[in-house]
Design a protein around this ligand. Structure first.
Ligand code: MSP
Length: 687
């Protein structure tokens, strides 16, 4: 059957949507649109992962029930998908899946039952009851092995998670286990016989070596007394299913596995297997655990698991709130068109590898590739058709008796030259697109933009227009440009639906490029004599300096979601997703200090060594990463705020006994030291 199923991960309902989430949704949406355009009945899933200890904890901190917490985050996700044109109303996803849906509970329970009756390829029970003891990271929702945690500095302290830098919990309890260790050979055989199962290649190799390294059985339940927010284990409600077992299963319950509700609306047999888009950080769950569960249950494996890289800041650093180098969705939405964002995401990240995302880079690309590139080609072509051809599409053919005349101008009289070029580019474009090499596909499309632009510039239509005898030659040049624009609109529709539609309309065409299969495009199908629409710039130029100053000076305040929000308060409006008690704040000892000395440290270009008077017997020695932004001499005498009870730590062999408080803004996380406008004694406490 001509169907296709594509999924994004379902996102944890403990924090608000960010660029990483937006990115995978854009990729999924683009793939779904491209498939639909080619007449393939497509199903596109995104959604939220709403169970587990993390959500339970986030809810507790925020004073909400876990369900309220999920509803709250989901309202933001829905707002985001609507604003970025990714929801059903805009032709995007088919389902926003939520693991709290009753039909999902039914389906997951069915999968569990099936697996618990199954034997592994080595003849053992696929699920068994045992005891698990280990270090568990609540934020990752997984147990950590020795190479996955940081050993504690002081004996007796718990180790910390390498990803989250938070202490791990020692967990020992009765648990159901999935006998993953019996699936190594079966998995290797899949990975080896289906080279496209995990993509890109280098990720597949990582998975193969992980499996070859030996698989440990997987604890797939927690006692309800430890984790209550989740799907109960069938016939043993004292256990809650492991959140990843529950979450991964969403991909099949959404389309009807184990429940009639979705089976009737969508149809498991119709759409399964899926192509799963995932970030590289969650590849193991999708490429090892998930296929093993499916093998155990006797369900067909996914079509493919495709891992993308991470977005880093323009300097290649991980994005984090602390560094102040995150990309805010509200800022994106306010200053950039959806199509520019989609184009940037797909052009800038070589699919699979990490990419760098900065507002300046986005403006540069929007200006060079969109405003001066495709946008300019479109407006110059259409403006000339309006001016020289009475707003009607000219003929693409030169009559016999004008051939010689045309040749004299240097215009290629053989229309197959440009047609051949664009057909070849289209074939390459489609091939790259099918390989999910979006960046290369777009590069290919831009080779068409450059080629057609050059054709116009070389032909100088403005000169041809002065000569009545060259009317047909002029018409041919403009016809070729307009026909190329039609092809580009069709090719680029999945990436930039809005702009493609707008150019399509301006060309005077009916319907939408969404309905045209790019592989079926025929050169010359653009009808001569058709009236073009109103010519308007599709990608206005962006004033970089102005926009950057607006971005860096404005505080980031996400707007209130229009969907119902449970218990939203003022604090929520600045992006706070959980609350602390006053006692939590009281744990931080903030004091007024005065800088006694400040100097640079040889070979450490970011650090300043400072002595601070906190009204104590001895001044404190402190290291601060502000050397690139402050002249040391100018700091002397200045009143600052110090976190006085921060555990001392050594940097470059020097002990730092506290931390200077500073705001951090802009893409590079520029620090601005907090200070006082009134006189205040050293050592005074901030409350
Ligand atoms: N709930 C799980 C997925 C369960 S799927 C059955 C989860 N959720 S998540 O919200 O933490 O992250 C989901 C995705 O966002 C991951 O694929 C992750 O790679 C992606 N991203 C998070 N930060 C990212 C970037 N900076 N850049 C690109 N994608 C990133 O994991």
């Amino acid at each position: 059957m001509n169907t296709f199923y594509v999924t994004t991960p379902i996102y944890y309902a403990n924090s608000l949507p960010h660029l990483g989430h937006l990115y995978t949704m854009i990729v999924g949406d683009t793939i779904a649109r491209a498939k639909r355009q080619r007449g393939v009945e497509t199903y596109f899933l995104t959604g939220t992962d709403e169970h587990g200890i993390n959500i339970e904890r986030a809810a507790q901190k925020a004073g909400r029930t876990p369900q309220e917490q999920s509803d709250y985050v989901v309202s933001y996700f829905k707002k985001m998908t609507s604003e970025f044109g990714l929801d059903t109303a805009h032709g995007g996803y088919d389902i926003f899946m939520r693991t709290t849906e009753p039909f999902h509970y039914k389906g997951v329970s069915e999968l569990w039952r099936r697996i618990s009756k199954a034997k592994t390829p080595k003849g053992n029970d696929a699920i068994y009851k045992g005891h698990y003891e280990g270090w568990f990271c609540a934020a990752c929702a997984e147990y950590k092995t020795e190479d996955e945690y940081q050993k504690p500095k002081n004996e007796g302290d718990p180790p910390t998670c390498l990803i989250h830098d938070t202490p791990l919990d020692r967990v020992s309890e009765e648990s159901y286990f999935f006998r993953l260790s019996d699936y190594d050979e079966a998995l290797l055989s899949v990975l080896e016989t289906r080279p496209d199962f995990v993509r890109p290649d280098y990720r597949r190799n990582e998975v193969i070596s992980f499996v070859r390294g030996g698989l440990q059985d997987l604890s797939v339940s927690r006692l309800k007394t430890s984790v209550s927010w989740g799907v109960p284990v069938p016939d043993d409600p004292a256990h809650t299913m492991y959140v990843w077992f529950d979450a991964l299963t969403n991909y099949i319950t959404a389309i009807g596995f184990g429940n009639e509700e979705r089976q009737k609306v969508v149809g498991f047999e119709k759409f399964w297997p899926a192509l799963h888009l995932v970030g590289k950080d969650i590849l193991r769950f999708h490429a090892v655990y998930w296929p093993s569960f499916l093998l155990a249950a006797g369900i067909e494996l996914p079509r493919a698991i495709v891992a993308h890289g991470m977005w880093l800041d323009p300097n290649g650093r991980k994005m984090s709130k602390t560094l102040g180098n995150t990309i805010e969705l509200d800022v994106l939405q306010k200053h950039f068109s959806i199509d520019a964002i989609r184009y940037f995401c797909l052009r800038e990240m070589v699919f699979g590898q990490d990419g760098r995302f900065g507002y300046e880079g986005l403006i540069d690309r929007a200006n060079s590739d969109l405003a001066s590139g495709w946008g300019n080609l479109s407006s110059r072509t259409l403006t000339m058709i309006a001016r020289y051809c009475d707003s009607r599409i000219p003929s693409g053919l030169i009559p016999e008796d004008k051939l010689l005349l045309a040749k004299r101008t240097g215009v290629d009289t053989d229309e197959t030259t440009v047609a051949g070029f664009i057909e070849h580019a289209r074939d390459q474009f489609v091939q790259h697109f099918d390989n999910l090499a979006f960046s290369k596909a777009l590069e290919t499309a831009w080779s068409v933009v450059a080629r057609v632009d050059k054709m116009i510039t070389d032909a100088k239509p403005w000169d041809l227009a002065k000569d009545e005898n060259q009317k047909q030659t002029l018409g041919v040049v403009l016809y070729r440009a307009a026909e190329s624009l039609r092809w580009l609109s069709v090719m680029l529709y999945p990436v930039m639906p809005e702009a493609s539609g707008a150019i399509w309309k301006q060309l005077g065409l009916d319907g939408s490029p969404a309905q045209i299969d790019p592989t079926q495009l025929k050169w010359g199908d653009l009808k001569q004599g058709a009236q073009i629409g109103d010519v308007q710039p599709v990608f206005p130029r962006m004033d970089k300096a102005k926009i950057m100053s607006e971005i860096t000076s404005a505080p980031v305040v996400p707007a209130e979601p229009s969907a119902p929000v449970v218990h939203a308060t003022q604090a929520d409006a600045v992006g706070v997703t959980s609350f602390i008690e006053i006692d939590d704040f009281a744990k931080v000892d903030l004091r007024v200090g005065q800088v006694l000395s400040a100097e640079r440290i040889p070979k450490a270009d970011k650090l300043l060594l400072m002595k601070i008077d906190l009204g104590e017997e001895q001044p404190r020695q402190l290291l601060a990463g502000i050397a690139q932004y402050y002249e040391p001499e100018k700091l002397i005498g200045r009143k600052v705020v110090i976190v006085a009870n921060l555990k001392p730590r050594k940097l470059r062999g020097l002990e730092s006994q506290g931390m200077v408080v500073a705001a951090s803004y802009g893409e590079e996380g520029r620090p601005v030291i907090a200070t006082f406008t009134e006189d205040v004694p050293n050592g005074a406490r901030l409350k």
